[in-house]
Structures are given as C-alpha cells and as structure tokens.
Design a protein around this ligand. Structure first.
Ligand code: ADP
Ligand code: MG
Length: 423
C-alpha cells in the first residue's frame, strides 16, 4: 500500500466513524422526538376525547333542559329567519313536529301577519325607521333590555294562542347577531282567569247594588205604606169629612211616591239584559232634549252642545236616553234660577267621552260621594227618589263604561261618562 493510500484509508474510516456517531445521535434525537410526538398525540387524543365527551354531555344537558320545558316554547332562528331549533314546548304549543319546523319555517309563519305589520308600524312611529318582517325580531333581539310582550301565535291548525314572548340575541364569536331565541309562555289560562275574575267582580257588584236596592226599597216603600195604613184606619174610625179629605190627600201623595219608585225600579231591573244596537249618541241626545223642551224649568237655561263624534256605537238607545234624561233633569233641578247646561261628546281614541256641565248649586264632597247610592237624595220627599244617578251608574257599567262627577258647591257640577267604542 502506498503512503498516500494508507492516509486516505485512515481518513475514510475516521469520517465513517464520525458519520456513524452523528447518525447514532440523530437516531437518538429522532427516537426521542418520536417518543415525545407519540406521547403528544396520545395526550391530544385524550384531550379531544375529554372535550368531546364534555361537549356531548353539555349538548345532552342543553337538549334535556330545552325539552323539559314542555310548557315553554323555545325556538331559535338564524338572522335570515330560518328556524334552527324547536323544543318540545313549541311542539306542544304550536302543533308542528320539530322536523316540520326546523329548516322549513320562519318565526314569521307562527304569528298573525296583521300583528307583525302593526308592530312594524309602531316601531317606525317610535322613530326606529321603516322595517318589515324578520327585521322586526332582529331589532327586538338587539335591544339592551329585552321586553316581554303579548303576541298572538298561530298554531298549525290555524287557531290562535295568546302568548307572552321575549326575543333575545344569540351572539357569534365576534359579538355579531348569529341568531335569535324566541321564548314564549301560553297566556290562555291567565286570560281565562282574568276574565273569570272580571265576571265575578261584575256579578258581585250587581248583587251588592241589588242588596242595597232591596234594603232601600223596604225603607222607601215601607214608610209610606205604614202611613197609608194608619191613615185609612183613622178614616174608618173618624167620620169628619174634612179630616177624611185631608187624610186622602196625604194617602194620594204617598201613593204617587210609591208609583214613582216602583216605575224607577222597573228601569233598574231591566238594566241587566239590555239589547245593544248600533246607534248615534247625537241623535239620542237630540231626542232627549226634545222630550224636556216643554218643561218650564228650561225657560232660563242656555244649552251649549258640542258634538265632535257622530259615529255609530253599539249601545241600548232607550237606556242611554234615560241616562241623558236623568243628567239633564238633575242639572235643571240644580239651576232653579237659570244657568247654562253644556253637553260635549268627544272622540277619545278607544272611547267616547260625554260631559254634562252645569252652572247650578253644585254639591260638597260628602254629597258627591253618595249620589250613586240608590235612594240617596237631597231633594224634598215629593221631588226626588234618589234613584236617577244609581240607574245611570248601572246603565253605564252595563255598557262597560264609567261615570264620575266633579263638583264645587255654589259653582256647578260636571258629569263625565266614558263609553268604550267596542261595546
Ligand atoms: N247636577 C247636579 N247638581 C247638583 N247636585 C246634583 C246634581 N245631580 C245630582 N245631584 C245630587 O245627587 C242626588 C241624587 O241624584 P239622583 O240619583 O238623580 O236622585 P234625585 O234627583 O231623585 O235626588 C241629588 O239629590 C242631588 O243632591
Ligand atoms: Mg235625579
């Protein structure tokens, strides 16, 4: 072997050994890396499994919560209005199956179209700009404090259902509106309970006023009858024609009073079955005033009428005439030396307001508090029965309205009657 060859061979071995060493090291590093990676991958798998099972548990919990709410309808929709979730409460309430609703219906399909239009109009009236359809719910959802409101849901079978509904946002990762959540409660039972309470209150107040009335009747009719009875006995015993004449005059006076009371009672008992027909208040007022035109008390009375509403209303015209008559006659009684009677009929959104104002004697608080009680009167026995105002009160209540009085002694009185337009 030549010298050079020997040298080269030695170098080769050396570099081979170096390379070997490097390789060995790389393998060691690679093995270590492999071990670490395998470890990591295994850990990653574990973590993913854990997250997955957490997610599945959370999802099952969410579904269980949503489905447990069988009395509350929970519906989610995307911003375009496609339903993405329909819980069992919604199924119970609306009659659709989840797969009929999810992906096929919009929340708009579950509402009365007229109601959506009304609320859109209301929204733009309140300065929210012109919007329509699903935008309305998106606006409601983005409000700071979501409010619960009454709405009408329309079921699959077309029937309607009153609900209390709140719309809240479902936010995306960057806070944007990713959907809306509609949570609704059925109000049918609450509405029914409210109606029952109202009906019970109406019946109670009817019986209360009948009770008062009966107590009043026995007093009002009992006294003159007792007096008549004793006068008749005395006429039978004493033969003086003068005494008999005078006694018969008193008997006659008492009988007239009883007749008046009994006639008014007839009006009172007819109160509770009034037939209501479309009528115009202006015409009824006119015919009432015609009835009283020839009354001599009218001589010094100025009548000022302001009738701003002459539409038709569902009322009982005879009863309403009686109200106007009682109010007019009381005003005349209050102005024996003349004065002014003003009658206003005003349109007040969902009701009509009728105001009778007089410049008569007026009354103090104690009297004003009692004028709607049956048989309450400040007039002398031959003049008043004390039934006029209680009859007015009964008639107006039966029409779903109210009657109230404001008065100042020596200045005059104002009676305000409020009648709902939807009678
Ligand atoms: N316009 C009025 N001005 C002053 N007092 C009034 C007026 N209307 C009613 N009253 C008072 O209310 C009472 C009850 O009225 P009402 O029930 O019609 O019975 P009556 O007219 O028979 O007394 C009257 O006696 C009177 O004191
Ligand atoms: Mg009267």
């Amino acid at each position: 072997m030549r010298q050079t060859d020997k040298k080269t061979c030695g170098q080769n071995v050396e570099s081979l050994l170096k390379e070997n060493e490097m390789l060995r090291q790389e393998v060691r590093v690679a093995r270590q890396a492999g071990e670490i990676t395998a470890d990591l991958v295994a850990k990653q798998f574990e973590e993913t499994d854990r997250i997955l099972s957490l997610f599945q548990a959370a999802n099952a919990q969410r579904k269980a919560v949503l489905d447990a709410a069988t009395q509350v309808s929970i519906i989610a929709a995307d911003p375009a209005g496609k339903i993405t979730l329909f819980n069992s409460g919604a199924v119970n309430m609306l009659g659709y199956k989840p797969d009929e609703a999810v992906g096929h219906l919009s929340p708009l399909d579950l509402h009365l179209p007229g109601e959506i239009e009304d609320r859109c109009r209301e929204y733009s009236l309140l300065g929210g700009g012109t919007i329509g359809g699903i935008e309305l719910f998106a606006k409601y959802a983005s409000e700071e404090n979501p409010v619960e409101r009454e709405w009408t849901y329309v079921k699959k079978d077309g029937s309607e259902l009153p609900v209390s509904l709140s719309v809240t946002p479902i936010k995306g990762p960057r806070g944007e509106l990713a959907g809306m959540l509609f949570v609704a409660m059925d109000l049918t039972r609450r509405k029914k309970a409210e109606q029952d309470i109202l009906a019970a209150m109406k019946t109670a107040s009817k019986y209360a006023s009948i009770g008062k009335l009966t107590a009043g009747i026995s007093h009002e009719i009992g006294n003159p009858l007792a007096s008549i009875s004793s006068l008749v006995q005395e006429i039978q015993e004493v033969k003086s024609p003068e005494f008999a004449q005078e006694a018969l005059n008193i008997v006659n006076h008492h009988i007239e009073r009883i007749v008046r009371i009994v006639r008014s009672l007839g009006d009172f008992t007819r109160l509770y079955s009034p037939e209501k027909i479309p009528s115009r208040l202006g015409e009824i007022l006119e015919s009432t005033l015609n009835l009283t035109r020839f009354d001599k008390r009218f001589k010094n009375i100025e009548i000022v009428k302001n009738i701003d509403f002459n539409g038709q209303m569902r009322i009982n015209p005879d009863q309403m005439q009686q109200v106007f008559l009682n109010l007019t006659l009381n005003a005349l009684d209050a102005m024996p030396d003349g004065g002014r009677l003003s009658i206003d009929v005003k349109d007040a959104w969902d009701s009509i307001v009728i105001i009778f104002g007089d410049t008569g004697c007026g009354m103090d608080r104690e009297v004003a508090d009692r004028i709607f009680d049956p048989f309450f009167t400040t007039k002398s026995p031959g003049k008043g029965t004390g039934l006029g105002m209680s009859i007015c009160w009964g008639i107006i209540s039966e029409h779903g309205g109210t009657i109230s009085v404001e008065s100042e002694k020596g200045i005059g009185s104002t009676f305000t009657v409020r009648l709902p337009k939807k009678g």
